[in-house]
Design a binder for this molecule. Structure first.
Ligand code: KIV
Length: 263
């Protein structure tokens, strides 16, 4: 049986951590599913790791639909979340609905959108019309030019309070899950305790309800300077399946992320 949003919610209620990885094609999707991953994120990080771009801003709706179809074909059991790309949802809830329908028709079970207060109406519009939404706050790569760089968010008291408020508003608007990226571990823990929906952290410490990493980062494929929150699981594994199994175990047992991966 396919994992659903209510399965993931039950995992949170039973204190079981949720292990998520990004995925962009059918072959990896099958390996990840067979390794015990709970959910796959067809992330717009494909702009970086597949297309070689320095940002996610040029990823198109057609790209996301294509990769969602590929991932969906490679799976029977996992829950699939797909990023709505830059420009496909920000202008209005109606635009977001029209484009989210295409992503869901391609095989996703939930769409992910970046942004806080400003996205509350859109989250409500989509969820009231039957489209599950994962919100995403903290470092939101589609706002990179506004944020001025890939850096830690929520480190001042004011910005921490803003993120706490945003998390609450997004949950109230109907978000079924929340990705929190690159914020202090203590703040992520506080947000997680306040909400009743799962929080999925990346660079947000190990007291979130689950964790996500970009597949290419956790397989040690990404070149250049590695952000602190990444762990290369291939270093201690002979096969990709073993590396992913170790990631799933490390997330579920709370061994990843550890103190050296957090802020
Ligand atoms: O696109 C992506 O891979 C993401 C994760 C980093 C959360 O949004």
């Amino acid at each position: 049986m396919r994992t659903s949003l209510s399965t993931l919610q039950k995992m949170l209620d039973n204190n079981e951590k949720i292990a998520v990885l990004t995925c962009y094609d059918a072959t990896f999707a099958r390996i990840l599913e067979n390794s015990g991953i709970d959910a796959l994120l067809v992330g717009d990080s494909l702009g970086n790791v597949l297309q070689g771009e320095s940002t996610t801003l040029s990823v198109t709706l057609d790209d996301m639909i294509y990769h969602t179809r590929c991932v969906a074909r490679g799976t029977d059991k996992v829950f699939i979340i797909t990023d709505m790309p830059f420009g496909s949802y920000q202008a209005s809830p109606e635009l977001a609905f029209k484009n989210a329908c295409k992503i869901i028709a391609a095989g996703a079970h939930m769409v992910k959108i970046e942004g806080g207060h400003i996205m509350a109406d859109t989250v409500q519009f989509l969820t009231r019309r039957g489209i599950p939404v994962c919100a995403h706050i903290g470092l939101t790569p589609q706002s990179i030019h506004q944020l001025g760089g890939y850096r830690l968010q929520g480190h001042s008291e004011k910005s921490a309070r803003l993120l706490e408020d945003e998390a609450k508003i997004l949950e109230k608007s109907g978000a079924g899950m929340l990705v929190i990226e690159l914020i202090p571990a203590k703040l992520a823990e506080k947000i997680t305790q306040t909400l009743s929906i799962p929080t999925i952290g990346i660079g947000a410490g190990n007291n979130c309800s689950g964790q996500v990493l970009v597949l290419h980062d956790m397989l040690g494929l990404s070149q250049g300077k590695k952000p602190r929150f990444i762990k290369d699981f291939m270093l201690e594994a002979k096969t990709i399946q073993a590396a992913v199994e170790n990631y799933v175990i490390a997330v579920k047992t709370g061994q990843f992320p550890n103190i050296e991966h957090q802020f």
